[in-house]
Design a protein around this ligand. Structure first.
Ligand SMILES: [Zn+2]
Length: 270
């Protein structure tokens, strides 16, 4: 009897170890500067079902002050969200500053500046199409992460769209959207927004990702608002950095995202 139990226990352990190994091989975690972790999965894209969306009934007693919040990801000068470009030949437009923080590490480009360029272009195009869009910008830590979600909740938009760019390896590439699990609308809007820019010819489309709880701003959005976070390319890859800063990419992405957002609002929200 005891031998049988030990055998069963051994079998279970082997299964657990195999399962852990499989999970480990599909998951990558990297330590970015200043202990900020960026995590993404390398599993194959799933075929997403296009389903009819049920409209969320807003149970919050907050006046809807705008239709869409476009959030500039991170805050101005945030440490750990930079790529140092010392002695690099790099081709970027004048509206993306190369900053020197005076700490001896030299010159860097900040994710926040790239996010800002894209977010300003998108907000402008949404407004031109009659959308009541608010640009939400953080200049310091106090309005970052969870606080960003709480600030958006006060204006109670239909959509909260946060624009970011990503840091991993020097050859990482591609863009993707992040959505909250168990939120059908979040996943639906993420898929539509990602698909709307897949023919950009510069940055390839990757699988969309679930927020498994570590994306503070998505955690804090109330259920009357649909949140999506877009990682629009890797600034750790110099070749992709040049693309995501370019007027051509920013114009393509903001034009196509704005059209898709207008269509989503008309079809599923207004
Ligand atoms: Zn970011």
């Amino acid at each position: 009897m005891l031998t049988l139990l030990i055998k069963k226990f051994k079998k279970l352990c082997t299964k657990l170890i195999v399962a852990c190994l499989i999970i480990a091989s599909f998951t990558g975690t990297v330590q970015a500067k200043d202990n900020q972790y960026i995590k993404f999965y390398t599993n194959e894209c799933q075929e997403y079902m296009r389903y009819q969306v049920e409209r969320v009934v807003d149970t919050f007693n907050v006046t809807r002050q705008c239709e869409v919040v476009i959030r500039v990801g991170e805050y101005q000068g945030k440490a750990g969200k930079r790529i140092y470009v010392n002695s690099q030949k790099i081709n970027i437009p004048n509206d993306i500053p190369v900053r020197n923080d005076g700490d001896g590490k030299g010159f860097y480009i900040s994710e926040w500046d790239i996010n800002l360029k894209e977010a300003e272009a998108l907000t402008k195009k949404l407004r031109a199409q009659g959308v009541n869009a608010v640009l939400q910008v953080s200049y310091n830590e106090s309005t970052d992460l969870n606080a960003a979600g709480r600030i958006s909740n006060k204006s109670n938009p239909y959509l909260y769209i946060s624009l970011h760019h990503n840091y991993f390896n020097s050859d990482s590439e591609g863009y993707f959207a992040m959505y909250n699990p168990n939120d059908k609308l979040s996943k639906y809007v993420a898929n539509r927004l990602s698909d709307s820019i897949k023919d950009n010819g510069m940055v390839k489309q990757r699988c969309n990702q679930q927020n498994t709880g570590y994306v503070g701003e998505l955690n804090s959005i109330h259920s009357g608002t649909t949140p999506v976070l877009l990682e629009l390319g890797f600034f750790s890859n110099i070749s992709e950095l040049e693309k995501i800063c370019s007027d051509k990419y920013v114009d393509y992405v903001s034009t196509n995202l704005s059209k898709e957002i207008v269509d989503i609002l008309n079809t599923d929200y207004r």
